[in-house]
Structures are given as structure tokens and as C-alpha cells.
Design a protein around this ligand. Structure first.
Ligand code: AMP
Ligand code: MG
Length: 308
């Protein structure tokens, strides 16, 4: 487990105004990290990922057995920040029946005809499960804030500040509702530098195995970098709460981002203090009777039982 004091620097303190420049994108460049050296950090990060994988699988089983809570993990970021890879690495040890991933794309006409939270509500994890939102209702105050023309029919064409304030309020109320109903919500902003995004886009253009990942639409969004950073700062400031905190994860080094997310998720679920359900006296007696029956010597199998 990573020292909780170290993790604290990545949490957006509720009620504070976020300036993303104050959050690092490359943690290996910090003084503390430079003392350790990159090789040691890389090695330690892979150990943390391996350790937490086992712990996450165990705690997911407990989540399922206790059937009192669900977990919702939200990932938001600029393009090429590593959302997919982080989700794949962090969840790779977990029973596939215990988790579900939803990737949200541009909304359909039907989705745009409903309230903006509708399509996300339908995808929420049931009790006992870990649900992952690869993009989420936060897109509705991020990409849509940068491109208000994508708000859809029946919506203002020039939304004012009050329009966005109300959306933040809706989101906070929605997350309060989720918390009250036993959903642990954890939110991750994978914080990438513009330089590292350029490097990753160039890699997609250079390496034939990565050509498929390149999207001209992503290039167009890169031109709005500053607007996106502002939209992220405003959303993070307005919606980081104790019950559903935002984490700003340095994403320029994939191994750092993965280890941090894995540790934060595992620790938060462990901190729920879940317990396996206690079996009643009556059920215990039935278990003992079943055990006694199984331990009795079986009668020899007849031809009939073979056929059936
Ligand atoms: P990708 O994650 O690369 O598959 O891209 C999904 C695209 O859908 C991104 O360009 C997102 O900005 C876009 N998207 C996701 N949610 C919304 C939304 N609520 N409104 C508009 N665009 C969205
Ligand atoms: Mg994309």
C-alpha cells in the first residue's frame, strides 16, 4: 500500500479552486521521486500493481458476498492519457463477473432527448459489483462546455454560467443520491501534459500497429487544449466532495498512473470495512447436516445412475 500521505496530494480538497498547473503530470520529475530514481519507481510501481491486483480480487469477492454496496469508478481525461490501459491493468485480476465497463461515446438522438443523466443512470453498477465509466456524465460539463453547439435540441444555444452551475449541482445531488444508496464513487482525472499527448499522437502515426488509434477528431480537440483545461478545472472545483472525491493522477508515466489508481481503488474498497455475511444458527445446522451426508460412504453406483 502506498503511504496515504503521499496519495493525499492527488486528491482535490472539497471546496477548493483547482489550478491544474499546481498538479504534476510527471510525478517522476518531483524532488521526492528524483531522490529515489526512475528505475526504483518503475520497479516499485509494478510491485504495487501486482500486490493490489490480488487484494482487489479478494475485496471484490467480499463486495459481492456482502451485497450491501457497489463501487463506481469514473475516468476522465484528454485523449491519449491512458484511460483504457489504466482500466485494463487495474482490473485485470478481478473476476469478470464482478465488474462491468461502460465507454460513453457521443450521445444518440434518443439519449439527447432525455435528461443528461439518463443514459448514465441505466449503466450504474448493481450492488456487489464494480462499475467503470470510461467517460461519464462529466462529458456533459466538459466536451459539451467546450462545444455548446453539441448540447442537442431543446437546449440553449448560448448557455450562460448559470446553466453550468445547475449541471454541477445536478451532478452533486446525483452523487449524493448514489452515496446514500450504498455506492462508493471514486473519480479519476488522468492529468496529461500537452507535450506528452503530442508524443503519443506521433507514436500513433509512426507505429503501424498504433495507426488504428489515431483519430483526426482527437487532433481537432487538441486545438481546444486550453478550453478543456479550464473546463476540467471548473468541473473538478465544483464537484470534488468527500463522498465522491476527484483524484488528479499524473499520467505522463503510465506505470505511475496505474499504480496510483490501483492503490486508491483497493484502499477505498477495503476501507468500507465489509464483512462476509454471518450465517444463521438454523442455516449452520443445515450446513452441518449436509456435511454429514456428504461424508457418509456413498452406496455403489448402479447401472441406472450411470445412464442418467
Ligand atoms: P473515444 O473515447 O475515443 O471512443 O471517443 C468518444 C467520443 O465521444 C469523445 O470524442 C467524447 O468527447 C465524445 N463524447 C462522450 N460523451 C459525450 C457527450 N455527453 N456529449 C458529446 N460528446 C461526447
Ligand atoms: Mg479517442
Amino acid at each position: 500500500m502506498i503511504n496515504p500521505k503521499l496519495i493525499q496530494q492527488f486528491v482535490v480538497e472539497p471546496g477548493t479552486t483547482v489550478n491544474l498547473k499546481h498538479f504534476v503530470t510527471d510525478w517522476t520529475g518531483t524532488d521526492a521521486a528524483q531522490e529515489l530514481g526512475k528505475d526504483i519507481i518503475k520497479e516499485r510501481a509494478s510491485e504495487i500493481l501486482a500486490e493490489t491486483r490480488k487484494q482487489l480480487d479478494a475485496v471484490q469477492e467480499l463486495l459481492y458476498a456482502s451485497d450491501t454496496h457497489s463501487v463506481l469508478l469514473i475516468f476522465q481525461a484528454m485523449d491519449a492519457a491512458g484511460k483504457d490501459g489504466t482500466i485494463r491493468h487495474v482490473m485485470s485480476g478481478v473476476n469478470p463477473q464482478g465488474c462491468q465497463v461502460y465507454s460513453f461515446k457521443k450521445p444518440s438522438a434518443e439519449e439527447l432527448d432525455h435528461n443528461f443523466l439518463w443514459r448514465y443512470m441505466k449503466a450504474l453498477p448493481e450492488r456487489g459489483r464494480i462499475g467503470i465509466f470510461n467517460r461519464s456524465y462529466y462529458e456533459d460539463v466538459l466536451v459539451v462546455k467546450v462545444h455548446p453547439e453539441w448540447l442537442g435540441p431543446g437546449q440553449p444555444t448560448k448557455p450562460d454560467a448559470n446553466f453550468w452551475e445547475k449541471r454541477y449541482e445536478d451532478i452533486n445531488n446525483f452523487e449524493k443520491h448514489l452515496a446514500r444508496n450504498g455506492t462508493l464513487v471514486l473519480k479519476f482525472f488522468l492529468h496529461l501534459s500537452k507535450g506528452e499527448q503530442k508524443r503519443r499522437f506521433l507514436e500513433r502515426l509512426t507505429n503501424p500497429d498504433k495507426h488504428w488509434k489515431f483519430s483526426e477528431a482527437d487532433m481537432a480537440e487538441r486545438d481546444h487544449w486550453k478550453d478543456y483545461q479550464t473546463a476540467f478545472e471548473e468541473a473538478l472545483s465544483a464537484t470534488s466532495t468527500k463522498r465522491a472525491p476527484w483524484h488528479v493522477i499524473p499520467a505522463d508515466r503510465k506505470y505511475v498512473a496505474r499504480a496510483l489508481v490501483a492503490d486508491i481503488v483497493t484502499t477505498a474498497i477495503q476501507d468500507l470495512g465489509l464483512e462476509f455475511p454471518k450465517v444463521s444458527e438454523d442455516k449452520l445446522a443445515k450446513l452441518q447436516a449436509a456435511r454429514a451426508r456428504l461424508e457418509k460412504k456413498d452406496p455403489p453406483e448402479t447401472a441406472e445412475t450411470h445412464e442418467s
